[in-house]
Design a protein around this ligand. Structure first.
Ligand SMILES: Cc1cc2nc3c(=O)[nH]c(=O)nc-3n(C[C@H](O)[C@H](O)[C@H](O)COP(=O)(O)O)c2cc1C
Length: 368
């Protein structure tokens, strides 16, 4: 079990924020599969929340079954961050996560860092203001630092622990790396060693239950945050929890179950965003499911233009027929059409596959 202050999580495997993806329909679909401890929203601008901006309010939309839920805040004005945290607490959110950049001065001077990262002291004061204002846990998410010469996360984590944060999430890459290269498990371990008692949630590249366990074994982290891996393999939370508690690796879910989940995900998107927007947003979701379908060109070609729920049924029916020639007499994909085994970590996949399969965010990557 993992505790963030008073908040007890039944699973140490959590959903990391992915702007544009970790919305309510996706969180609910994942929760129904089990094994998910804490889920986090996309990052939300604290000021927009205070101004009751329509988009910000939509980002924090939740339901009782969407618990425990962390909302991730982004901002540099201490009063705004504090007041936004107070609002979130009053709305019944389980914890508040702070999106943190890297505190190296040279980065901030040239505008590369977020303003709140000017110095450890400034950051710590901002965070303390939030911690003092709410009784729900306040956590922070950071990268290792600016580059390999500046792994600033351990010092920052320790300073934040001193002002009362309940946990630290750390993506084991530097800003210089962006999303390239491999995750530095030694960097995550350095953060684990720097804090006194609070849990550290290791994050980066985990796409399988065994990779989640490797991250724990090699870093000593108390929990694992999974972002893109949840799209690649939505069952990763239940598989990881199962592996952690029984030592047994579960097989990949069958095709039928993938279709069931994909349909459920779309139905939740339609229910929550309305048919028009839900279907439009599903255009970038469908191809993720198709990555494990085997031959799927025909599905992808049509799903990226979907506009109505009825169209989905038609696309699926057509695709299932189109797929038949690739199946054997038992209805399984013939061996030559089966997708390659899933890489344990994104960074284990060949570079060409990484480019194809991992969406590189178009948003403010320097703060993720
Ligand atoms: C499309 C996309 C959007 C992201 N949005 C956020 C965000 O809003 N806040 C944040 O702290 N990190 C964000 N991240 C970073 C992820 O939370 C995570 O740290 C990173 O992707 C590494 O973990 P993963 O390999 O499990 O995805 C984003 C990453 C991606 C790819």
């Amino acid at each position: 079990m993992l505790s963030l202050g008073p908040l007890k999580l039944h699973s140490i495997f959590s959903l990391s924020p992915l702007a544009g993806y970790t919305n309510l329909p996706f969180r609910l679909a994942l929760r129904e599969l089990g094994g998910l401890g804490l889920a986090t929203t996309d990052l939300v601008n604290a000021r927009s929340l205070l101004e009751k901006n329509r988009k910000a309010i939509k980002l924090i939309e939740t339901r009782p079954e969407d618990r425990p839920l962390a909302v991730q805040l982004f901002g540099s004005v201490p009063e705004e961050m504090r007041d936004a945290a107070v609002i979130l607490e009053s709305l019944g959110v389980s914890s508040v996560d702070i999106n943190m950049g890297c505190p190296v001065k040279k980065v901030c001077k040239v505008g590369g860092g977020s303003a709140m990262m000017n110095s450890l002291g400034t950051t710590a004061r901002l965070v303390k203001g939030m911690v003092d204002a709410v009784s729900i846990p306040v956590t922070a998410k950071m990268r290792l630092g600016w580059d390999d010469a500046n792994w600033t996360a351990p010092d920052l984590a320790r300073a934040l622990e001193d002002v009362g944060v309940a946990a630290i999430s750390v993506h084991g890459r530097t800003r210089e790396q962006g999303f390239k290269g491999s995750v530095k498990l030694a960097g995550i371990r350095a953060v684990v060693e720097a804090v006194k008692t609070i849990p550290v949630i290791g994050n980066g590249d985990v796409t399988s239950a065994s990779a989640a366990m490797t991250m724990i074994d090699q870093t000593g982290c108390a929990g694992v945050g999974i972002g893109r891996g949840a799209f690649y393999n939505p069952w990763i939370f239940s598989q990881s929890l199962h592996l952690q508690t029984t030592g047994e690796l579960l097989p990949e879910p069958p095709f039928k179950e993938r279709i069931r989940l994909m349909t459920r995900h779309l139905d939740l998107m339609v229910e929550i965003f309305g048919e028009q927007l839900g279907c439009r947003m599903f255009r970038k979701v469908g191809p993720w499911y198709a990555k494990r379908f085997g031959p799927a060109i025909e599905f992808n070609r049509r799903i990226v233009g979907i506009s109505t729920r009825a169209e989905y049924d038609e696309i699926l029916e057509h695709y299932l027929k189109w797929r038949e020639p690739f199946l054997d007499a038992d209805g399984n994909l013939k061996p030559s059409y089966q997708p390659a085994p899933m890489p344990l970590n994104f960074s284990d996949a060949p570079a060409s596959a990484q480019r194809e399969s991992i969406p590189v965010p178009s948003g403010p990557v320097e703060i993720w």
